[in-house]
Design a protein. Structure first.
Length: 124
């Protein structure tokens, strides 16, 4: 699905997504990535929920800390292991886990509002 957000070219926004990819500001990504409105996408290394390690969650704790972390788990929503959720809770960071398509849409809304949101997206 192609999205047509109204945004500054300096702001990282999801411009399209579909099976096996997402596009951020027109640049296609085919593996898990993490990004924020003022941070270009970087490889995340967590291709599915079963591969998540504490180090993957630590990679989300940027400076400044995001208000909310959106974790897209691929085509379907999968819950995170409790120990990984506690990492975010202990830092007082809001988080939501959802399928990647929903995470893309939610990210664009929050980024468009100027919120400190971070997207960590697994791509299937």
């Amino acid at each position: 699905m192609k999205l047509q957000p109204d945004f500054s070219p300096d702001t990282q926004m999801v411009s399209a997504y579909g099976p096996g990819y997402i596009e951020v500001n027109g640049l296609r990504h085919t593996s898990a990535c993490v990004f924020a409105p003022q941070q270009s996408p970087k490889p995340w290394g967590a291709e599915h929920v079963g591969a998540l390690l504490p180090a993957h969650i630590d990679a989300l704790l940027l400076d400044p800390l995001p208000e909310v972390v959106l974790i897209g788990t691929g085509r379907e929503q999968h819950l995170l292991p409790a120990a990984l959720m506690r990492q975010l809770i202990s830092r007082r960071i809001g988080w939501e886990v959802m399928d990647t398509a929903a995470a893309c849409r939610t990210y664009n809304i929050l980024a468009g509002e100027g919120r400190r949101v971070l997207a960590a997206l697994m791509i299937e």
